[in-house]
Design a protein around this ligand. Structure first.
Ligand code: IPD
Ligand code: CA
Ligand code: CA
Ligand code: CA
Length: 271
């Protein structure tokens, strides 16, 4: 993508993120209309939907030849990533949004012919924007994030993961994962994939391991994490398919191999 075009899209996207976040802040303390999707704990509110619609309307009127992939379904249904594609999670961390009114983010990844060009993750409550353009570094607000330290060991690592890894699951043996959590320095579970990616880029989490994520959960995060030398793959170390759901590992490269080889591969169940 040409720099001048990318810079224009980047500025426009940031402006819309701030506008959308003002609307979210205005309405978030009113009674919410909450519905469930695939199961009783899979929540969506009218604010998730209105926020996605807001971006879709802006993009369609400003860039009519761009495509949109959005969690709440107001975008396009795509079977390839040709052209410019906005991959949008209007509110990542809806459960946190509903229950805590914090720890949620707007996440937008902008891809050109399948390559991540722009990543934007905005922590609405804290007013922190993580952003990156491919090849130009990653930023937390105006501060440039530093490359991830390469002398890290697993024993000194903080890992983002949730309790489902220690429950019976279809992917990895729970006993192997028990050894894993006993080996690392600590685990954390923030409930927003986008923010967990941002924390990897910031170097305050060293790996984030997750059983199943969708493109809108990771599209922005991948671009931001890449810019500080972080790596994102499936939990088996394969490249991520941006139109499919997959189990994901994003981390400091110093601990990628040991996590995959000594834990995931050892405990992998045949699916
Ligand atoms: C969810 C959050 C959560 C992750 C789920 C996602 P949503 O996104 O990122 O942390 O564990 O897998 O679906 O539904 O709140 O946008
Ligand atoms: Ca959701
Ligand atoms: Ca999400
Ligand atoms: Ca969402």
């Amino acid at each position: 993508m040409e720099k001048i075009i990318r810079d224009n899209i980047f500025q426009q996207a940031i402006k819309w993120i701030y506008e959308a976040s003002s609307m979210i802040r205005e309405k978030m303390n009113d009674p919410l209309h909450i519905e469930t999707k695939s199961n009783p704990n899979d929540l969506v509110t009218e604010i998730d939907q209105a926020t996605e619609k807001f971006f879709v309307n802006k993009i369609r009127s400003t860039y009519p030849n761009h495509f949109i992939l959005g969690e709440e379904g107001f975008g396009d249904s795509l079977d390839n990533l040709t052209g410019t594609v906005w991959i949008i999670d209007p509110i990542d961390g809806t459960t946190n949004f509903v229950h805590q009114k914090s720890n949620f983010a707007i996440s937008i990844g902008i891809y050109y012919n399948g390559v991540g060009e722009i990543g934007l993750i905005y922590d609405v409550k804290r007013d922190v924007l993580y952003h990156a353009k491919k090849g130009e570094g990653a930023y937390k607000n105006k501060v440039k994030l530093t490359p991830l330290k390469r002398d890290l060991t697993l024993e000194k690592s903080i890992i983002g993961m949730n309790h489902f890894w220690l429950c019976h699951n279809r992917l990895v043996d729970e006993k192997v994962m028990e050894k894993f959590v006993r080996t690392v320095r600590g685990t954390r579970s923030y409930g927003s994939a986008a923010l967990e990616f941002a924390y990897i880029a910031e170097g305050i989490l060293d790996a984030y391991l997750t059983l199943n994520l969708a493109p809108w959960d990771i599209a922005a995060g991948i671009v931001i994490v890449n810019e500080v030398g972080g790596v994102t793959t499936t939990i088996d170390g394969e490249s991520v398919h941006m139109l499919k759901q997959s189990p994901i590992l994003t981390c400091n490269p110093a601990i990628q191999e040991i996590i995959i080889k000594n834990y995931i591969t050892k405990g992998r169940k045949v699916t």
